[in-house]
Ligand binder design. Structure first.
Ligand code: ADP
Ligand code: MG
Length: 337
């Protein structure tokens, strides 16, 4: 079952100089999935959310919700809510009035409104905050009110535009877990927009990587990470060694653009012979940094290129792995994409 389908959606802005924010985007969300749109600032993520919500009309293409063409429908005729980065709470209303707002607009009676607002507040663990005003809440609590407000009338799809961007790291990680749980327990389709690759990879069932108004790749997080379809995806999702031209020929043996993940490269003694199916190159250790969970080696190749290698288990390193030493890099040829 499909929750959202975008077909060849294009959006252009501006009179005179035209900005093409989205260029023929195709995107399908399955009902009940947690989907992330991942891309750098300015790549068109917010524009796509605003089109799906109905705040903007596309220049071309079609948008369907649950199989129905909604391209020309206004926001209130779409079974969709949006949580904005700045939460957009009404400052003069209490938490409960904020949460009940969508129900008030639809003419739901007070007793039912109150009951459903309280229920939504309980879902985001804010029971007891109903009569406060937004300015008497912390950032994390305001974020939860915004969520409760968007969930109160059970939309089919919840759009979240960088909802955790304003929170500090610890709170952000806490809210990532909560959002994921909320999605699972409500079964609502979540479309999260983020520029944070770790956030997208850890939370989502599927991810679409966006660059410059186009979708570069769509797939489960592991697939996008392990098998990047383009050089942009390889570089934006996780750290990688990107090799082109001469460097690719020297290291991989064939021309083209290649990505090799830092954790896929093993360090060996220059005297050790490689095994079948292994690729190898010799270089000099330019730098060693202990970065918590792994150690990061920077290896200078004879012609000046540098590769990054991550190793977790220091016991497996050859005794020769010291700064300035010659070292052999070894990887499986299947790990160069
Ligand atoms: P993101 O959310 O990924 O940072 P946006 O969707 O906000 O990207 O913007 C994509 C591109 O469209 C940018 O170049 C931006 O400047 C442009 N853009 C977005 N909204 C407007 C607008 N209302 N008028 C003109 N240009 C816009
Ligand atoms: Mg944005």
């Amino acid at each position: 079952e499909e929750a959202v389908r975008c077909t060849a959606v294009t959006k252009e802005f501006g009179t005179g100089g035209v900005v093409r924010a989205l260029d023929a985007v195709d995107l399908t969300l399955r009902a009940g999935e947690f989907f992330s749109l991942l891309g750098p600032s300015g790549s068109g993520k917010t524009t796509l959310l605003r089109l799906i919500a109905g705040f903007e009309r596309p220049t071309g293409g079609r948008i369907e919700l649950a199989g129905r063409d909604v391209t020309a429908l206004p926001p209130h005729r779409r079974d969709v809510h949006t949580v904005f980065q700045d939460y957009a709470l009404f400052p003069h209303m209490t938490v409960e009035q904020n949460v009940a707002y969508a129900l008030t607009v639809r003419g739901v009676r007070k007793p039912e409104r109150t009951a459903r607002a309280r229920e939504a507040l309980a879902t985001v663990r804010l029971d007891g905050f109903a009569s406060r005003r937004p300015d008497a809440l912390s950032g994390g609590q305001r974020q939860r009110v915004a969520l409760a407000r968007a969930l109160v009338d059970r939309p089919a799809v919840l759009l979240l535009d960088e909802p955790l961007g304003a929170l500090d790291l610890r709170l952000r990680q806490e809210m990532q877990t909560e959002l994921k749980e909320l999605q699972r327990t409500t079964g609502i389709t979540f479309l999260l927009v983020t520029h944070d690759q770790e956030e997208a990879l850890t939370m989502s069932d599927r991810v679409a990587v966006v660059s410059d108004g186009r979708i570069e790749q769509t797939g489960p997080p592991l697939e996008v990470y392990e098998r990047p379809a383009t050089a942009f995806v390889a570089g934006f999702v996780g750290t990688t060694n990107l090799l082109r031209g001469e460097a690719a020929v020297r290291v991989v043996g064939r021309p083209g653009a290649y990505s090799i993940r830092p954790e896929r490269i093993r360090l060996a003694d220059p005297a050790d012979a490689p095994l079948d199916g292994e690729r190898t190159v010799t270089g000099r250790i330019a730098d060693i940094v202990h970065a918590g969970a792994h150690t990061r080696f920077t290896i200078a190749l004879p012609h000046g290129d540098r590769l990054t290698v991550h190793r977790q288990n220091l016991a497996e390193l050859p005794p020769t792995a010291r700064p300035e030493a010659e070292i052999r890099l070894v990887w499986d040829e299947k790990d160069a994409f």
